[in-house]
Design a protein around this ligand. Structure first.
Ligand code: MG
Length: 162
């Protein structure tokens, strides 16, 4: 593989954790007392992944593609947005090599949800689960994430031009 045909992309996102909202992470609904606040379904992990794939392909970011002041995206399913972003990335000749992500959440515990999250993310990207890795960490009770006010996600992706 010619290394000149490889591109790395990084994505990061944060959403406030509030009562009265569903908690969506990686396209999977997780039972919890709180959910993430946002214009769309506020799936912080899928947003970070969307930014990573768009960034690697040099196609801007999720906010440019799907403006959060556009009523069309109110309550939007972030899995649909990620699929749409990945379609554009593919249309530019890029193929995903691997994706690595970290969700930082004090609660709930996510380890039991990881197989479902990895499967769902791989489905959104139309790639095998072997190319997707998702890690979960707490914030050791430090800062807004550690105090349960928010959840953060980071993603790194490698694309190859075909
Ligand atoms: Mg977001």
């Amino acid at each position: 593989m010619n290394p000149m045909n490889l591109r790395i992309g990084e994505g990061w996102d944060v959403h406030a954790l509030v009562p009265g909202r569903r908690l969506m992470l990686g396209g999977v609904e997780i039972a919890h007392t709180h959910g993430l606040l946002g214009h769309s379904d506020a799936d912080v992990l899928l947003h970070a992944i969307t930014d990573a794939v768009l960034g690697a392909a040099g196609l801007g970011d999720i906010g440019r593609l799907f403006p959060d002041d556009d009523p069309a995206y109110r309550g939007a399913d972030s899995a649909v947005l990620l699929r749409e972003a990945m379609q554009r990335v593919r249309a530019h000749g890029w193929q995903l090599v691997n994706l690595d992500c970290t969700v930082v959440a004090q609660a709930p515990r996510l380890s039991g949800h990881m197989p479902a999250i990895v499967q769902r993310v791989a489905d959104c990207l139309s790639i095998p689960t072997a190319q997707v890795n998702v890690k979960a960490k707490t914030a050791e009770r430090l800062g807004p994430v550690g105090q349960g006010h928010s959840i953060e996600a980071r993603a790194v992706v490698l694309l190859a031009h075909v």
